[in-house]
Write a protein that binds this ligand. Structure first.
Ligand code: FBP
Length: 700
């Protein structure tokens, strides 16, 4: 029986299927919200206590000792579950508290679960306790913009990505005025504790807040967040206390899922090179994990490039009894040659396509760019200091900035004691494309970091790659290999002798599976000539169509698609690993608060092992500080952890490079990571990097 005819828009919108289709809430979301992450064993008890340990040692920075005197002596805190406590301790543990939490820096999947863990633990200890979320990052603390979190609000975001619940921002509380306003906010809200969920810079800020607010009785705790994966903590003896910041796994899995799809597409329509820039402001951890997840044809690892030495150059200098310091580290030009070599080698076996992964911060490891960044940081900071004006507001158009640099170069010519920006710097700088000049001169962020995400790194490199490939093509060194069976078939089909034509056309005929057209044959004209020389073509005769077709097939065009993976992965819903990790970080941070700690960062030890062995701990922040150049000055910050080229994960990737490049006949060795799977059994337990780096550890 035919159903009732629906004609009016009202009726359509009222239909249950339509209602379901346009609902903001879908089944995946409901499933995520309903999921309760497991809790580490210590949190299965009604109480948890801290046990200070001297097992882990740190090298203390003098400046940190001076500026953070009350928290520099903090030790690592182990957490133990307890079924009961003395009355006084139990009262202290369960007292009514007001706790503030803030997100600081870029979003990272799992942040909402840190809030959920903290909220649940705080309410469990005392249902009257309040948790406030500061809005839009540290500005919310400075301006007292906060919202009291409720069951409903927290429930809405459980196991979901982003920092949507309370938003985030990059403001740094770095002046006495901002500090005073922050203290005032804490007083007004009668806060017992403030939790800063952030990266290296934000945790640095947390340490200064902890020192400053000690007198007010406000505890300040940090939580290690960043997709970049560059907050990893080891003590001086190499004991791993925090193997990875949260959000890294989800972002890497999200990037890998899409890049894996590009590997599939690229090897299907075999016409594009996909150039994939992945986030990671400085460290290449994300690129390394993507390499392990996808087996893309080429993955540049910045830290590895910095290690590069030009042996030929060194030898030459040695022969002249000099030292060539430029032989250490890679230059942009050299890097482009390395990329070209890979492209040319794949083309030679018929693969004029592939996938290259470039870490966002790769330029930080390229010799001349590193020098430019440091010099420009100093020049801009000096300008701001001496003129009491902002460089970027004074010199708005690029030309004005360049003119200022030109004047500095002139000054160095006239006054030999001024060496910050010389004529050579100026000439080199003027040689680079203007979009890149603009990028290098962009404003630093509030923490003084160079904003790599705003620079089209891949375009800079690609420009050089394209130029060099053109040269190689003209020299006949960049050719697409022709499969020998295909060649024979075409010749036989055209009634031509494959052996005679093969010998005339290729320089490896009869040797390899993929045939390389001779370097001298780079046009129809030169093909004509080669055939004549081989006695296969007489004057006035036309080149056989199949021969010309083979030649044309061998001439590559380098077609690229450029992708940037960053913000999409940052906004992804967390993997189960990150859901578990972050929920337990939330529980850990409450345990630190309930036990009176301050200046500590919540962490989970043994992340690289089975969940049953995860150990929630507190890591003292002040001992992690060292001096680093920021905005042209030395500043105390937590040291970023970059890829260790001696780590097992990196060594495995290095050992697989040749295989994954696939510059050999046969299929590529791509791995299909697939999308993040929240349910089911096929999702991995943890990042592959962690899995590999744990091999060989005595306790793994
Ligand atoms: P955090 O260190 O704050 O977590 O941010 C890291 C990051 O995602 C980098 O990978 C990227 O370079 C940067 O943020 C982008 O910053 P912005 O959000 O300001 O564009």
């Amino acid at each position: 029986m035919p159903g009732k005819e629906i004609s009016s828009l009202e009726e359509i919108l009222d239909h249950p299927k339509v209602k379901n289709a346009i609902d903001d809430i879908n089944a995946e979301m409901l499933e995520r919200r309903a999921y309760s992450p497991l809790q580490c064993e210590v949190f299965s008890h009604p109480y948890s206590v801290l046990r200070e340990t001297d097992r882990y040692q740190f090298e203390l920075d003098r400046q940190a000792e001076k500026l953070l005197p009350d928290i520099i002596g903090n030790k690592v805190q182990l957490i133990e579950g307890k079924d009961s406590l003395d009355d006084d301790l139990a009262r202290q543990y369960g007292k009514k508290r007001n706790i503030g939490i803030v997100f600081s820096g870029g979003p990272a999947p799992g942040g909402h679960n840190v809030i959920a863990g903290l909220f649940d633990a705080a309410k469990r200890a005392n249902p009257d306790s309040k948790v406030y979320g500061f809005l839009v990052g540290p500005d919310g603390i400075i301006e007292n913009e906060a919202v009291e979190l409720s069951d409903d609000l927290v429930a809405k975001y459980r196991n979901l990505g982003g920092f949507t619940m309370i938003k985030t921002g990059r403001t740094k509380i770095d002046t006495s005025e901002k500090m005073a306003l922050s203290r005032e906010t804490c007083r007004r809200l009668d806060l017992d504790a403030l939790v800063v969920v952030g990266g290296d810079d934000s945790n640095t800020n947390a340490a200064f807040l902890a020192q400053e607010m000690l007198a007010d009785g406000v505890q300040v705790l940090g939580v290690p967040k960043t997709i970049d994966g560059d907050i990893q903590v080891r003590d001086v003896n190499g004991n791993v206390l925090c193997a990875m910041s949260f959000g890294f796994h989800s972002a890497a899995r999200a990037f890998a899922s899409t890049i894996g799809n590009l590997c599939t597409d690229s090897s299907s329509d075999i016409k594009y090179w996909h150039i994939c820039k992945v986030m990671g402001r400085v460290a290449s951890h994300l690129a390394l994990e993507v390499a392990l997840q996808t087996h893309a044809n080429m993955t540049l690892i910045g830290e590895d490039l910095a290690d590069y030495t030009d042996k030929a150059r060194l030898e030459k200098a040695r022969a002249n009894q000099t030292t060539d310091y430029n032989a250490y580290g890679i230059t942009l030009r050299h890097l482009s040659r390395v990329v070209c070599e890979a492209i040319v080698r794949r083309a030679a076996v018929g693969k004029n396509y592939g996938v290259i992964v470039i870490p966002e911060g790769v330029l930080e490891f390229v010799n001349e760019i590193q020098v430019f960044i440091i010099k420009l940081n100093t020049i801009i900071a000096e300008y701001n200091r001496t003129h009491d004006k902002d460089f970027h507001s004074t010199f708005r158009p690029l030309d004005d900035k360049l003119e200022y640099l030109r004047r500095l170069a002139q000054r160095s010519r006239e006054d030999s004691s001024f060496t910050l920006w010389n004529t050579r710097d100026d000439d080199l700088f003027n040689d680079i494309p203007s979009f890149f000049q603009e990028g290098l001169l962009t404003e630093r962020d509030n923490h003084g970091n160079f904003q790599f995400s705003q620079v089209e790194t891949e375009k800079v490199l690609l420009g050089l790659v394209k130029d060099y490939l053109n040269i190689l093509k003209e020299e006949g060194r960049y050719k697409i290999g022709i499969r020998k069976d295909y060649f024979r078939k075409r010749m036989e089909h055209a009634g031509l002798d494959p052996d005679r034509y093969g010998a005339a056309l290729f320089n490896n005929y009869g040797v390899d599976e993929y045939l390389r057209v001779k370097p001298a044959i780079i046009s129809v004209k030169t093909l004509n000539q080669a055939l004549k020389e081989a006695g296969l073509l007489k004057a006035g005769e036309k080149i056989p169509a199949d021969v010309e077709k083979i030649f044309k097939k061998s001439m590559p065009s380098f077609k690229t698609q450029i992708h940037f993976y960053g913000y999409d992965g940052r906004g992804n819903d967390p993997t189960r690993f990150d859901c578990l990790y972050t929920y337990n970080l939330g529980l850990t941070v409450f345990s630190l608060i309930a036990n009176g700690a301050t200046g500590q960062m919540a962490a989970i030890k043994n992340l690289d092992m089975d969940f049953s062995r995860w150990e929630p701990i507190g890591i003292p922040i002040a001992p992690l500080m060292h001096l680093e150049e920021r905005k042209g000055k030395l500043a105390l910050v937590i040291e970023k952890s970059i890829v260790d080229v001696n780590s097992i994960a990196f060594r495995v990737v290095k050992a697989q490079r040749e295989e994954w490049l696939g510059a050999a006949p046969g299929d590529d060795h791509y791995r299909r990571p697939g999308p993040i799977r929240f349910t089911g059994k096929s999702e991995e337990d943890r990042p592959i990097t962690l899995e590999l780096n744990a091999i060989g550890r005595s306790d793994s």
